[in-house]
Design a protein around this ligand. Structure first.
Ligand SMILES: CC(C)(COP(=O)(O)OP(=O)(O)OC[C@H]1O[C@@H](n2cnc3c(N)ncnc32)[C@H](O)[C@@H]1OP(=O)(O)O)[C@@H](O)C(=O)NCCC(=O)NCCS
Length: 122
């Protein structure tokens, strides 16, 4: 989805005080990652490799991300996700997130995005 230079920039943006957490399997291969921004209280990124989906990796990453936010003193987490991403919305709802009624609208590479804001007490 992203070319290498954009990946490098994205990873660099998760440097402290932001927190980047990576899930690996037994051989040490990356199976997923998440990033949180404690200054804002934002759950910024969550991704699990499709071959490892549906096995609890996302839940484990979310739990670790919430722990990192709590450790930084956050009392609430928020995130934005695409309105059409039904799976992500279901996963976030299973983790205790609820829509707060606001929606972020933006354009990404010519595609109009609608992203509801979800919040969860920590
Ligand atoms: C969304 C994503 C991170 C989920 O990761 P995952 O490892 O497959 O999720 P898990 O197996 O840990 O499931 C997490 C929870 O959601 C629930 N869940 C999963 N899919 C669901 C569905 N379609 N409907 C309802 N609940 C669902 C699971 O039961 C689990 O809840 P539980 O722990 O209470 O049992 C993963 O599918 C992904 O990377 N998708 C592409 C990127 C993306 O959309 N990221 C998020 C938005 S940026």
């Amino acid at each position: 989805m992203f070319p290498p230079d954009e990946w490098d920039k994205l990873v660099a943006e998760q440097a402290p005080p932001n927190v980047l957490l990576v899930a690996i399997d037994e051989p040490g291969d990356v199976v997923g990652f998440t990033a949180v921004h404690p200054r804002e209280g934002e759950m910024f990124l969550l991704f699990v490799h499709p071959t490892h989906a549906g096995r609890g990796v996302g839940r484990a990453l979310l739990d670790a991300a919430h722990g990192a936010l709590r450790d930084a003193g956050c009392r609430e987490a928020f995130l934005y996700t695409h309105a059409e991403n039904e799976r992500a919305l279901a996963v976030y709802e299973a983790a205790g997130y609820r829509r707060d009624g606001s929606v972020r609208e933006s354009d990404f590479r010519g595609v109009h995005l609608r992203e509801p804001r979800l919040v969860k007490p920590l």
